[in-house]
Design a protein around this ligand. Structure first.
Ligand SMILES: Cc1cc2nc3c(=O)[nH]c(=O)nc-3n(C[C@H](O)[C@H](O)[C@H](O)COP(=O)(O)OP(=O)(O)OC[C@H]3O[C@@H](n4cnc5c(N)ncnc54)[C@H](O)[C@@H]3O)c2cc1C
Length: 336
């Protein structure tokens, strides 16, 4: 057989397989494989919901992009992010979660069961859907930022500030989160340079006042990050340019924090699920229920405040319990 015929035969086989599985009906579908999704999977498996999980493009979620995690309970010596997520995966798999590589490309929540399309091809009918698609930190887009990510460059002061105790660091951003993270870092670090693109903040007056009243924060207005400097192993400085005077200078810092915002991975749910203006999914306070019956949301996709692995895992647990109780109540109505 020629190469073309061979690849066509392979494609036809894959297509037949997918079609034979079309309209597969599941009790519980979990979208996303970060701490929230895996925790939901662990609880849903143990509740006999036989969950099916689609991992998305970043199997294991955001923590696979970092190095050491020191604040997740149960790891007394800390653990590398990718290794921790491998532990989560193994636990979910051992308890029976059907974990599949695939990306949810669209959903139709107009009727029950819910329709979820994977990789634009396969449709799954789901009695309950747990959304745990997380959020993505926004980055500046510099090569040096990528090079030193996890080696001095971070998008989370609460997660990584501790590693820079007593050292000098820089943070870029001008909104409420940046202001909050700068003051958090100022308590741990010797000096914090705050790089602000314009001649003013976007943060609220109260947050700006906190920054201005913190002695060890130095604000560099009208400034942009040109390059993150390192010795090949870790960050040793950051070069900034003043966009009014064109003057450049290199700050001697060992940590560089990017606090220019996050984008929740929720575009595919737009039009169905209620969200705030940034795209964070709205859940009923104290639960994971959304405006759609049988659809629950957990983790960073609905949390713009805490954004931690342990809070994501906590809400993942809540989502599985909410899904189980929803199904149990429905079954009760049907059999009563
Ligand atoms: C650099 C860095 C360091 C951090 N360090 C720490 C730390 O030390 N301690 C800490 O507690 N927190 C830390 N965090 C924060 C922590 O990673 C997040 O709070 C946590 O991962 C959120 O979990 P989640 O399950 O909600 O989402 P995520 O971890 O973001 O996972 C989302 C999942 O959804 C999947 N997905 C997205 N869209 C789709 C789709 N359409 N179809 C299928 N799947 C989809 C993705 O592939 C991914 O698997 C850090 C974050 C970053 C960026």
């Amino acid at each position: 057989m020629t190469d073309t015929k061979l690849s066509f035969a392979k494609f036809a086989d894959k297509y037949k397989l997918l079609m034979s599985q079309e309209n597969e009906h599941v009790k519980c579908l979990i979208i996303g494989s970060g701490p929230a999704g895996y925790t939901a999977a662990i609880y849903a498996s143990r509740a006999d919901l036989k969950p099916v999980m689609y991992t998305g493009l970043l199997a294991g979620g955001q923590l696979t992009q970092t190095t050491e995690v020191e604040n997740y309970p149960g790891y007394p010596n800390g653990i590398m992010g990718p290794e921790m997520m491998e532990d989560f995966r193994k636990q979910a798999e051992r308890l029976g979660t059907d974990i599949r590589y695939g990306y949810v490309s669209s959903v139709d929540f107009s009727s029950l069961p819910h329709k979820v399309v994977v990789d634009d091809i396969k449709t799954i009918l789901a009695d309950t859907v747990i959304i745990s698609t997380g959020a993505s930190a926004k980055w500046l887009g510099l090569d040096s930022e990528q090079k030193y990510s996890g080696f001095g460059v971070s998008a989370c002061a609460v997660c990584d500030g501790f590693f820079f105790k007593g050292q000098d660091v820089a943070i870029v951003g001008a909104g409420d989160t940046a202001a909050e993270e700068a003051t958090y870092l100022a308590k741990l670090c010797r000096k914090v340079y705050m790089i602000v693109r314009r001649d003013e903040f976007r943060a609220s007056k109260a947050m700006v006042s906190r920054v201005l009243n913190t002695a060890n924060i130095e604000i560099l207005y009208d400034s942009e990050t040109k390059e993150i400097v390192g010795d090949g192993q870790s960050v040793t400085g950051v070069t900034v340019i003043n966009n009014k005077t064109n003057e450049t200078k290199t700050l001697d810092v060992t940590g560089f924090f990017v606090a220019i915002g996050h984008k929740p991975n929720t575009d595919i749910f737009r039009g169905w699920i209620h969200m705030d203006e940034t795209g964070y999914i709205k859940t009923t306070p104290g639960s994971t229920t959304t405006n759609i019956e049988g659809v629950f949301c957990c983790g960073d996709a609905q949390d713009h405040i805490y954004r931690q692995a342990v809070t994501a895992a906590g809400t993942g647990c809540m989502a599985a319990i909410d899904a189980e109780r929803y199904l149990a109540a429905k079954e009760h109505i049907v059999t009563a």
